[in-house]
Ligand binder design. Sequence first.
Ligand SMILES: Cc1cc2nc3c(=O)[nH]c(=O)nc-3n(C[C@H](O)[C@H](O)[C@H](O)COP(=O)(O)O)c2cc1C
Length: 326
Amino acid sequence: MTGPLATRLTERFGLAHPIVLAPMAFAAGGRLAAAVSAAGGLGLIGGGYGDPAWVDAQFAEAGEDAAVGCGFITWHLRDEVLDGVLRRRPRALLLSFGDPRPFAPRVHDAGVPLLCQVQTVADARRALEAGAAVIVAQGAEAGGHGDRRATFTLVPEVADLLAAESPDTLLCAAGGVADGRGLAAALVLGADGVMVGSRLWATQEASVSDAMQAAAVAADGDATVRTSVMDIARSLRWPERFTARVLRNRFTDTWHGRERELRESGADAAREWSEGWAAGDPDRSNTFIGEATGLIDAIEPAATVIERMAGEAATALAARRPDRSR
Ligand SMILES: Cc1cc2nc3c(=O)[nH]c(=O)nc-3n(C[C@H](O)[C@H](O)[C@H](O)COP(=O)(O)O)c2cc1C
């Protein structure tokens, strides 16, 4: 399969497009991962917090022949969950949010390419020590969890690090890439491809409620906030440096900045948040999405999004290249 944009990522992984699906917990199930891989990208199931039954069900939904990988939240991962997925011979295994080094040998022994999503240059150095085949540099524009660095400076800084110290390690950009302009920009910044979350979350194959997708389509990029209050409501003990970007609503407006109070006496608010989450209600719980929400205006099939993104990026890059044929 060949597409309009060939990069080291497409060559190394046999892809048509240099686009990786972010392994979004809950949202990137087997259906979405399979759709992305079938469209010529690299689909990753969102293994998230590592519920083995859910992950098994998603691999089954993707189908035996689907060339999909899987991603996990590193600080929450257990060896046996990782081993269970590695036995399935996934196309790739992504670790994000935490030190990948303790898990890396198991991934290498299984012969599976290791992808590490990083949020700082120090993280990138650690990912190199772990022997990552691909480093994904994630900026704070991103939906879901992340840290403080911005995509526009983190990506070229990590690109320079890799060029100097590990030129065979590939680089993807994540955070704010939602159309061809973003993909083209990432390649110009030195990436070999992009990892896309929010834009593929807003597709027909994602496991997301209609109400949350409608809220994201209606929102502009000013409507998000990075905060920890959802994790407090869910009793998830994320390391302090990682907050999550979500659509603001009454819950975040009320509790952001009052984390201690929420922890100590917010049981009712937390219960209401969890009920809203179970119902997919964007007013009572929060829609996890990035600043790219302002670039999303329709819920389409994943293949439509991917093909348009690659086509637009190729056109944008060709327009900037001096024509040497004359
Ligand atoms: C709904 C949602 C859930 C996410 N869950 C995870 C996750 O479980 N593990 C992970 O590594 N990254 C997760 N992310 C972050 C993505 O890996 C990626 O960095 C981000 O989506 C890229 O930015 P973008 O949303 O602007 O495309 C999530 C993102 C979103 C939008």
